[in-house]
Design a protein around this ligand. Structure first.
Ligand code: FES
Length: 164
């Protein structure tokens, strides 16, 4: 069985395994690497990791279902993460999220109808004094009130249109 990982990811996986005295201890790093490459961890990916680490597939499945950061479904092309931890929640992150939802016609955890965006609530993004904090793909945005969320959403839509 094989999954469609980039050669760099395969190399990082082989390297990660060498950091542990027993292969099965590399399960979490491998799950992160696979998700980083493919956007989610499918059933097939779990089986591939299990075979790679010589553990039963159920051991990998248990990790994926236990830790909320692992996704079993594909996400949109752009990933918007809105912090909902206390400081950000108090500074309006739920309203920020609603603005993104309205613009992309979707809900947290779902892919927008055009496949372009997934919005998710996440826990603290380590910039608590400048909330609401949002990450769009790998880029951190601070003080994202509703007006700023609207600007960012318009920018994302314009970038999507430019690709078509
Ligand atoms: S509470 Fe949102 S970044 Fe820490």
């Amino acid at each position: 069985m094989s999954i469609n990982l980039k050669p760099e990811t395969l190399a990082r996986i082989d390297e990660a395994i060498t950091h542990y005295p027993v292969k099965r201890s590399a399960a979490l790093p491998l799950l992160h690497l696979v998700q980083e490459d493919l956007g989610h961890v499918s059933q097939e990916s779990m089986e591939w990791i299990a075979a790679k680490l010589e553990v039963p597939a159920i051991a990998i499945y248990e990790l994926v279902t236990f830790y909320p950061m692992f996704r079993q479904k594909p996400i949109g092309r752009r990933h918007i993460k809105v912090c909902r931890t206390l400081s950000c929640a108090l500074s309006g992150s739920y309203r920020t999220c609603k603005e993104f939802e309205k613009h992309f016609n979707t809900y947290p955890g779902e892919v927008s109808p055009d496949g372009e965006v997934t919005i998710e609530f996440v826990e603290c993004l380590a910039s608590c004094g400048s909330g609401p904090v949002v990450m769009i793909d790998e880029e951190l945005h601070e003080k994202v009130d509703q007006a700023r969320a609207c600007q960012l959403a318009v920018r994302i839509s314009a970038e999507a249109a430019a690709r078509k």
